[in-house]
Design a protein around this ligand. Structure first.
Ligand code: UDP
Length: 268
């Protein structure tokens, strides 16, 4: 892009000119270069407890951009379609535009978080089999858990869609559990979002949003150390150190990269 006379382009200029589609807690969506595409920008902002707790964790966006690329590419390689097209730079990736189904699709292998609380279970108690559950994406309501009846009655998804979503979620669970197990990490639970795309007249469901330590619970198999957003939620240490460790073990970062811990900055 040529700079206009007298107005040299600064590093921030291209982003400022792009059309903003949506700004969420941890990511921003911009209009993409071609119809049917978006650019997904990963921020350093961390939020927990429905955004009651907030901080800026330097480098988190860069790590999650890389990690989400790694997981989405892995899913594609075993035939699970995703919205990911390609990584553009340190913080941005090109994605397919989808119509997001307003559900958080959660898969649990071990009791933790809201499930442990709701059911009066010990964090870490194994479950008899992977459990898939759905929360309605609505911050004002605190993303309430919803039964399939609600999802179908309110028209968010059909029974066929739900069957497909459960099947995708369990395949993602098998893939992610295996990848994590290979680097000494237990996948406790995770959240995915699913979007609709149309190829001519055919609707397909694909994995959207992101897959990163922000949306998974990851515990070291040997020590039980938490390597996910619970480090931030529960003030257990440096979040960027934890995410860097996950990325390093997966080979997403070269193992000789040393991370200088930085203090989270409160943005309340
Ligand atoms: N999760 C998420 N976004 C949400 C809610 C949950 O990514 O808005 C992830 C969370 O990180 C965990 C899994 O989904 O890996 C299950 O979360 P849970 O229902 O236990 O809720 P939490 O304890 O995070 O409130």
């Amino acid at each position: 892009m040529a700079a206009r006379a007298g107005r040299p382009l600064t590093r921030g200029t291209p982003m400022a000119r792009r059309k903003l589609i949506y700004e969420g807690k941890a990511k921003i969506l911009y209009e993409g270069p071609e119809p049917g595409t978006f650019v997904q920008y990963f921020k350093d902002d961390a939020t927990a407890y429905n955004a009651e707790k907030k901080a800026v964790i330097e480098g988190k966006g860069v790590l999650n951009n890389r990690l989400s690329e790694f997981f989405m590419n892995g899913l594609a390689s075993i035939g699970i379609p995703t919205h990911f097209i390609k990584r553009l730079n340190m913080r941005e990736q090109l994605i397919r535009q989808v119509e997001i189904i307003p559900l958080e699709v959660i898969v649990r292998n071990v009791a933790a978080g809201s499930m442990a609380k709701r059911m009066g279970m010990e964090e870490g108690a194994p479950l008899p089999r992977p459990i898939v559950e759905f929360s309605y994406k609505d911050d004002a309501l605190g993303d309430p858990l919803v039964p399939e009846e609600y999802i179908i009655a309110f028209g968010w998804a059909s029974q066929q869609d739900l069957d497909d979503i459960v099947s995708i979620a369990l395949r993602v669970n098998d893939f992610m559990s295996g990848v994590m197990h290979g680097v000494g990490i237990k996948l406790i639970d995770f959240k995915i979002e699913v979007g609709r795309v149309w190829d001519n007249d055919f609707q397909r469901l694909i994995v959207a949003d992101e897959i990163s330590p922000d949306s998974c619970r990851l515990w070291d198999i040997e020590t039980g150390q938490k390597l996910d957003k619970d480090v931030f939620r529960k003030d257990l240490g440096s979040l960027s150190d934890a995410y860097t460790e996950v990325a390093r073990r997966l080979g997403v970062l070269p193992s000789n990269v040393t991370h200088a811990p930085t203090k989270p900055t409160l943005i309340n």
